[in-house]
Design a protein around this ligand. Structure first.
Ligand SMILES: C[S@@+](CC[C@H](N)C(=O)[O-])C[C@H]1O[C@@H](n2cnc3c(N)ncnc32)[C@H](O)[C@@H]1O
Length: 471
């Protein structure tokens, strides 16, 4: 592998004195001492396997050169040491793993999404929890991942594409507009709310610098508004998970207590995994069922999270979603897109096309089966997989199409070991050697697709997206 530049040291955050005083008051002397001691321990790095691409953690660790230890927060999550644990690792480019703060994995464990369900991740960027939900869905059902900030929504899309997710729609919407378009539609909704980020002070010094004693109350107002919209997108009997990465009771127990008071058709449910410790009913006005939510403090093995799982009563009233059929515009119709994609898949992949072929002008998509049509008028970044476009009468595939290939499916491929200089060159954007017939060829990193190129005259023209190339 190419030699890596040493990374500059991460600046150390100084927790505000008022924050520490609050924590001392909340936790009491003994627990506060443990909290403070954990704050100075080395930061644990978390790695989550992409179950869509790899389920064998020992083989993964051996080949990737990592040492993995299980975490209590999620069965597919590990604390990681050794090797090149970074976004530059070829298997990171291939979407085989996601680097994530360990306790952040707990929210999807609490949500417990199952294949075939319709799931909404309402505050989704950069996609830590969306990629985990998609992996748990195993390609069946639907994930709607939404992010309000445009630039962050693009990063969310990029991470879902890297993970090879086929059955997601990515939106850049306000919670209000998104939920109004999907009334009563989802089996499960995750609100991983914007918060004061007290659990991220060590990793994000900016969060510590911005914090004031008034921040939690301001965040709580926004969180309650988001939850009010989130509930409208849930079907009766569905599950709502609320999570934050902050410690402030105002943003955790108090927000959930107020929600339960205003929505008697919702009730707290136990989380099917005993990470961290029970939440504190006395920090949320005394509602006893708050004890079913969980808190994770640094002394519990993660930077900090709060997770509550609520269920909507099965008899509650729900709205009905109304969708409109997609239009094709000029160019192919869906039947022609189907024929073209079948031929391309037969040549390139050992599986037929998945989803529903759809042509929008010159661009061809494989739409999620679970979404018969799309709501109109929303800022949609992607529905399903963008397969490619017709250019000068020929089909040109996308990077996302190769990343979404099932493991072992690429028929025409050059498979390079992780440390191979040609792999480093490809990820850097260079041409590499290619034997054999001309045409599109997948580039694999030890069995997993990282992208593709077009072979001609013994070389592979590089189609690795510029924005993703290593420097
Ligand atoms: C805690 S982060 C989400 C992290 C994400 N779930 C993950 O695991 O990668 C909260 C997100 O909410 C977004 N956000 C900020 N203000 C919002 C608002 N008023 N409504 C909805 N989302 C908002 C932020 O841009 C941010 O991406």
């Amino acid at each position: 592998m190419a030699k890596r530049k040493a990374r500059p040291p991460v600046p150390q955050a100084v927790p505000p004195a008022a924050f520490l005083a609050r924590m001392r008051g909340l936790l009491g002397e003994a627990d506060f001492a443990a909290f403070e001691a954990a704050q100075t321990a080395p930061v644990r790095r978390g790695l989550r396997l992409n179950l869509l691409k790899c389920r064998d953690a020992s083989a993964f660790a051996r080949i990737a050169g990592f040492s993995l230890s299980p975490l209590p927060f999620s069965p597919e999550g590990f604390s990681v040491e050794g090797g090149d644990v970074s976004g530059r690792h070829p298997w990171h480019h291939a979407g085989v793993f996601y680097l994530q703060e360990p306790s952040a994995m707990s929210a999807v464990t609490a949500l417990d999404p199952r294949p075939g369900q319709r799931v909404l991740d309402l505050c989704a960027a950069p996609g830590g929890k969306s990629t985990q939900i998609a992996a748990r869905l195993g390609g069946q059902g639907l994930l709607v991942a939404n992010e309000i900030v445009p630039g962050r929504a693009k990063i969310l899309l990029s991470n879902l594409e890297r993970f090879g997710v086929r059955n997601a729609c990515v939106y850049n919407e306000t919670p209000e507009r998104l939920c109004a378009a999907f009334p009563g539609f989802f089996d499960a909704v995750l609100v991983d709310a914007p918060c004061s980020g007290e659990g991220m002070f060590r990793r994000e010094p900016a969060a510590a610098a911005e914090w004031t004693p008034e921040t939690p109350a301001a965040c709580a107002r926004r969180q309650r508004a988001i939850l009010d919209w989130a509930k409208t997108a849930l079907r009766p009997g569905g599950v709502l998970v609320y999570s934050t990465c902050t410690f402030a009771p105002e943003e955790n127990e108090c927000v959930v207590a107020a929600f339960l008071k205003e929505n008697p058709d919702f009730s707290m449910e136990p989380i099917p995994c005993a990470f961290g410790r029970p939440a504190r009913p006395d920090w949320g006005g005394g509602e006893p069922s708050l004890e079913l939510a969980r808190r994770i403090f640094p002394q519990d093995g993660g930077e900090g999270h709060f997770v509550a799982r609520l269920r909507m009563g099965a008899g509650a009233a729900a709205g009905t979603a109304r969708f409109h059929a997609q239009e094709n515009g000029d160019g192919m119709d869906d039947a022609q897109a189907d024929v073209l994609l079948r031929a391309f898949f037969a040549e390139q992949f050992g599986e037929p096309p998945y989803g529903r072929p759809h042509a929008a002008g010159e661009v061809l998509f494989l739409l999620p089966e679970e979404l018969p049509a799309l709501p109109q008028g929303l800022r949609l970044l992607r529905a399903g997989v963008c397969a490619g476009r017709i250019k000068s009468g020929r089909f040109e595939p996308t990077h996302a199409l190769y990343l979404a290939a099932a493991p072992g499916a690429c028929r025409r491929a050059v498979d390079l070991p992780l440390g191979d200089a040609r792999l480093a060159a490809f990820l850097h954007g260079e041409q590499i050697e290619a034997d054999g017939a001309a045409g599109y060829i997948a580039v694999l990193a030890a069995g997993h697709a990282v992208g593709f190129g077009k072979a001609s005259g013994g070389v592979l023209k590089n189609h690795y997206p510029r924005a993703l190339r290593t420097l």
